[in-house]
Design a protein around this ligand. Sequence first.
Ligand code: NAP
Length: 486
Amino acid sequence: MICLVLSGSTIEENLLQVERNRPYIDIVELRVDLLEESELNQAAAFPSLIDLPVILTCRRQSDGGSYQKSERSRLALLSTLLEGSFAYIDLEEDVKKSLAEAQAKEKGITIIRSLHNFETVIADIYHKIAKMAALGDIPKVAVTPRSVNDLITLFRVKEELASVPQKSVLGMGDFGFPSRILYKKMGSMLTYCADKPLAPGQITARMMKELYRADQVDERTHLYALIGNPVLHSFSPQIHNTGFHGIKYNAIYVPIPVDSVRSFFALAEMLKIVGFSVTVPLKQHVLPYLGQITREVKQIGSCNTVVRKRGLFSGINTDYYGFLRPLEHAIETQSIQSALVVGAGGAARAVVWALRNHGVKVTILNRSAQKAQQLANETMASYDSLEHAHRYTEVNLVVQTTSLGMEGEHMGVDPIPSFDFQPSHIVYELVYRPRVTALLKRAQNGGSTLIYGLQMLIGQGMLQFEAFTGYHYPKRLEQQLDLEKE
Ligand code: NAP
């Protein structure tokens, strides 16, 4: 079940939240600790105003809630509100023999026995859950994983506590994100969403239902991941989950923040992950774990896509081919003979190798001369400093691969201000946020042909999709993706 946590301070606002999210949810949690004092007298009637089961919760500050008065008055409030037709009441694990508990039992309202930990995943988590279940209540544990190993502990709940049919397990924070989406893989009966996410890792009910289809995950669902750190703001789940749905493939793609590649491979075995994308900073770190790599991965020294084939993890680099995609025609017709590549980082390695493997003469300009020299030596290219950019206006292609120009601290910065853009140039920017960088604006004014970072991003995503599924990405969806970002 997808549960919407109602965060409104009034009953009216909560009713609006239910209305906005109604197509995506199965149950709601009324957080009376978030309601204004003057609204409390209407809270008991809330379940009769909507057509969904309601969990009654009044969260203490020590458990991440907002209720500030004494424990005695909190329990008294809950007891009064039980007049209403709530389906569940959430009572914390340390609340013993309260009137609210007795009343709930008498009225047949199911008790969710909850335990929160905002620091860690408690060591005796399986024992705790079993103990809470032994009381006849539904155990709920919300803990904070700090590593992939902690996440493994959570996913083992399903196997360790197979005898507890109804339980709610939740990993909070960034490392907990996969547990929210794959709640069914933990044997959890529900996952919590918000109308406007407030905590890290929280998402909207609409994303949970429409993007991830989390409630449809079953034993046959194929699991794909994006690993790296950070990964939660990536555009890739949009590309792949939309594509899987488009070809009616029972599969889900989930971002997993990873602190240790070794632990991730243990998780991949456990969850039977069949393919994954790799992003910063793990593109090199995954290499020792791969049974097979392509020539490009070997040359570039980094891998961004891994597929499990006959039990073996096989690594490819779709940045390489994604970069080439918008240039296919120009390369085929040999209209690109020479290129200036700005930057010598990870992305530049894919770019320079792709161009060199197609016979293009390359000059690398980079802030750090040592890195430029190293890449130039490996690829038989030449190199120079950023300040000398103006000397290379005879090239056919300029590729910008540094993080300068990107949203944030580098926004508006042009790495080669001395370069004079002309109509003869094709200018390829790898930065995709913002869509038009300071460098692209100048290139546009100079009459150059522009290629946007988003084209490569989507291109490499399409190729990854093909590697994952064996199918081409549906054309109509590709166009939609492009439009969404415009
Ligand atoms: P990276 O390995 O960290 O390399 C960063 C590059 O930027 C290096 O050449 C670095 O120069 C340069 N740089 C950073 N700060 C600088 C500064 N203040 N002044 C001058 N140069 C600076 O990163 P990456 O993985 O190559 O990614 C680079 C960019 O490409 C990012 O914006 C990323 O989002 C984008 N990208 C886009 C796609 C796509 O599909 N469109 C794919 C991959 C990457 P030094 O060597 O001197 O440090």
